[in-house]
Design a protein around this ligand. Structure first.
Ligand code: HEM
Length: 142
C-alpha cells in the first residue's frame, strides 16, 4: 500500500501539473481507446470518440478532476470514491479490469509529460496510487 513517501510524491507530481492536467487526461483517454480497443464499447454513445474530439477532451478533463479529488482523499480512498464506485458499478457497468487499463494509460501520459522527473520512485508512487484508486472504485461491485 501507499507509504508516506509515496503519498508525498503523488502530491508533489500533482502540484507540478500546472494547467496541463486536462491535456494529460485527454491523452490518457486516447491511449486507452486506441491501445485497448475493447474499451471503446463503453463510449459508443459519444458523437465522436476519435483523438482530439470534443467528447474525448471534455472527458479527459472530467477524469483528471476526479483524480485530483482522489489525491486530496488519498488517506481514505474507499470512502472518498464511494459515489464514483457506485456509478461505475451499477449505472455504467464498467468491467473493473478496465480500471487497470486506464491507470496504465494515465501513468504513460504522466511519464511522457514529466520525462526525466518521472523517476522510478515517482513511477512506483503513481502506480500504487492508481492501484489504490482502482481498488476503491471496485468497492461497490458485488
Ligand atoms: C464517467 C471518473 C475509469 C467509463 C465518469 C465520471 C467520472 C469518472 C468523474 C463522470 C461521472 C458523472 O458524470 O457524475 C473515472 C476515474 C476512473 C474511471 C477517476 C479511473 C481512474 C473508467 C474506466 C471506464 C470508464 C476504466 C471504461 C473503460 C466511464 C463512462 C462514463 C464515465 C462510460 C460516462 C461517460 C459519458 O457518458 O460521457 N468516470 N472513471 N471510467 N466513466 Fe469513468
Amino acid at each position: 500500500s501507499l507509504t508516506a513517501e509515496d503519498k508525498a510524491l503523488v502530491k508533489t507530481i500533482w502540484g507540478k501539473l500546472n494547467g496541463k492536467a486536462d491535456a494529460i487526461g485527454a491523452e490518457a483517454l486516447e491511449r486507452m481507446l486506441i491501445v485497448y480497443p475493447t474499451t471503446k464499447a463503453y463510449f459508443a454513445h459519444w458523437p465522436d470518440i476519435s483523438p482530439g474530439s470534443e467528447s474525448v477532451r471534455s472527458h479527459g478533463k472530467t477524469i483528471m478532476a476526479a483524480v485530483a479529488d482522489a489525491v486530496g482523499k488519498i488517506d481514505n480512498l474507499v470512502d472518498g470514491l464511494s459515489d464514483l464506485s457506485e456509478l461505475h458499478a451499477t449505472k455504467l457497468r464498467i468491467d473493473p479490469s478496465n480500471f487497470e487499463i486506464l491507470s496504465l494509460s494515465l501513468v504513460m501520459s504522466l511519464a511522457r509529460e514529466f520525462q526525466s522527473d518521472f523517476t522510478p520512485e515517482v513511477h512506483t508512487a503513481m502506480s500504487k496510487f492508481f492501484e489504490a484508486v482502482s481498488t476503491a472504485l471496485t468497492d461497490k461491485y458485488k
